[in-house]
Design a protein around this ligand. Sequence first.
Ligand code: CAA
Length: 259
Amino acid sequence: MTTVEKNLVQTEEVSGLEGKVVVVTGSSKGIGATIAKELAKQGAKVVVNYNSSAAGAEKVVGEIEELGGTAVAVKANVSNLEDAKSLIEQTIAHFGKVDVLVNNAGITRDKTFKKMDEKAWNEVINTNLNSVYHTTSAVINPMLEQKFGRIINISSIVGQAGAFGQTNYAASKAGIIGFTKSLALETAKNGVTVNAVCPGYILTEMTAEIPENVMEAIVSKIPMKRMGTTQEIAEAVIFLAKADYITGQCINVNGGVYM
Ligand code: CAA
């Protein structure tokens, strides 16, 4: 078999998600919940990670099982290194491996910078950015050893364009983009791809907190004149989970508001 043929066989092997083991952080609600459900529909075995909403996580697991899928809820505060390690250890104990890690957990603590105290800064950096270090450091060696891995980080348009009242959130999401590109360089030759999805303004509980007048101004600037859906983000994640020759990229799913 020529090298080209061997490469094509490898590509075919990773074209589906049947039997793949996926961890989605912060998937008891919002974008994470939809990602978990859609990956399960593709045949993946899913770990639904939550921090405080056990009921939300169990609901997501129940919905996956109703459709004939496989999922388990695991509590872990991914802003804490030991908890994140335990999340990955529990996944490997339960399903034997981790193929896809979706770093989705994220919070906002919006305030203009003058009013932003250290607590609001640290909570956002710890939950959104340090969590990515925590989970990825726990999963990277097993992925490199099995010569297969998909790390998909949920960044944001705010990490690219900035947003009024979001210096902490923007810093965390921009940090994720830099992390994604750098790690992608380090792991590419071992079959581990690292990519990001940058959602624009998506209909979730998080964006429901944006004041109405601010929201109207935001939507008026979106070329498609509407917010996105969690489904539309999940579709980009599935694409990256299946893709073999894409790494270090950030896919914008934002209705054209940032190009
Ligand atoms: N643009 C311009 N000026 C704004 C503004 C905005 N978006 N929001 C507030 N201001 C102005 C106010 O009118 C006020 O002006 P004056 O001093 O002249 O009266 C000044 O800024 C300060 O206002 P506040 O005292 O109300 O400021 P605050 O520190 O309490 O913060 C805020 C207010 C948090 C910024 C609030 O306006 C807000 O929540 N804005 C929305 C932030 C946002 O877009 N969040 C996105 C959440 S969704 C998400 O993050 C997901 C994702 O990835 C996209």
